[in-house]
Design a protein around this ligand. Structure first.
Ligand SMILES: NCc1[nH]cc(CCC(=O)O)c1CC(=O)O
Length: 327
């Protein structure tokens, strides 16, 4: 009997463009090993992106759209690499002409994690405590949670840098606690740093959080065929619904927007429930939180669910981002 894998796609020689943070390298190496196991020869091409260089300012102030992916796309365009592996959360809603998201892989834990050595949770923060995060989504969700607890004394301060940098800044005592994606910590073997996982009800994740996406040039059909076995349809449809929300809200990762989809039972066979939350960055109006559910068997239905949730967000008072995106 012939191997079904080699029948489907003959062995290719592939190069993966990747950022050089520890998390990006882990993700690229993960895809590299999966492709190697299927008989392909796979090399990595490490590169630095603008997003990696900006360490002193909050990304939302810089104009976060695509800061982590542009250089990788140039490498694909120039034929120096065949594919790029991204945290889907960092991938802009609209890819540039000629590029496609060819493969969405099975999602890691999509939730946010509370990291602190001194405090078990929000409730046990001392008076005047400082939490570190620069994500506008986390800021508005934390503010809402702190307000519910009557903890107007707690401050939220900017925190930037890759995972190791952020953990170091916590350990140096600049913050009582920080909030990070559980997926990144787990991938880097730092799960023991997680003090508490926020359930989506407490802190709704960002669109695409925990999922990996593989980008390539359109018309590289032989590369797309090689990636097909790595795709995970339940994740793909869930993140398609989430990303439809971000897209319709004009969103990037620099928006105070959360969108999270979950299969209510067996993936694909049950309804997909999509939750979204939008916060006023200036904190003048309360958080808008909505959800809807539907049977979703394909991309059309997933995106329709996303648009339905956007309609609910708008009815609740959420506004589009109309700010121009800084270069
Ligand atoms: N914006 C940075 C970023 N992009 C993806 C992840 C984590 C891994 C993931 O969501 O897949 C992180 C770090 C974080 O938010 O803590």
């Amino acid at each position: 009997m012939t191997d079904p894998v080699t029948e489907l796609s003959s062995p290719l020689s592939l190069t993966i463009a990747t950022r050089e943070s520890r998390l990006a390298l882990w993700q690229a190496e993960h895809v590299q090993s999966l492709l190697r196991a299927r008989g392909h020869a796979v090399e990595l091409l490490g590169m630095t992106t603008r997003g990696d260089q900006i360490l002193d300012r909050s990304l939302s102030k810089v104009g976060g759209k695509g800061l982590f992916v542009k250089e990788l796309e140039v490498a694909l365009e120039e034929g120096r690499a065949d594919l790029a592996v991204h945290s889907l959360k960092d991938v802009p809603m609209e890819l540039p002409e000629g590029f496609e998201l060819a493969c969405v892989m099975e999602r890691e834990d999509p939730r946010d994690a509370w990291v602190s050595s001194s405090c078990a949770d929000l409730e046990s923060l001392p008076l005047g405590a400082v939490i570190g995060t620069s994500s506008l989504r986390r800021v508005v969700l934390l503010r809402a949670a702190l307000e519910r607890l009557g903890r107007g004394d707690v401050r939220i301060e900017p925190l930037r840098g890759n995972l190791d940098t952020r953990l170091r800044k916590l350990d140096e005592g600049h913050y009582h606690a920080i909030v990070l994606a559980a997926a990144g910590l787990k991938r880097l073997g730092l799960e023991s740093r997680i003090r508490k996982i926020f359930e989506p009800e407490e802190m709704l994740p960002a669109a695409g959080q925990g999922a990996l996406g593989i980008e390539l040039r359109q018309q590289r059909t032989e590369v797309a065929a090689a990636l097909a076995p790595l795709a995970h349809r339940p994740t793909w449809l869930a993140v398609a619904a989430e990303r439809a929300v971000s897209r319709a809200m004009g969103g990037s990762c620099s928006m105070p927007l959360a969108a999270h989809a979950r299969w209510q039972g067996e993936p694909l066979a049950s309804e997909l429930r999509l939750d979204a939350a939008w916060g006023d960055p200036e904190g003048r109006s309360p958080l808008v939180q909505v959800h809807a559910a539907a049977s979703v068997s394909g991309l059309e239905a997933a995106e329709a669910l996303g648009r339905q949730v956007v309609e609910l967000l708008r009815q609740g008072g959420a506004t589009y981002s109309t700010e121009p995106i800084a270069p």
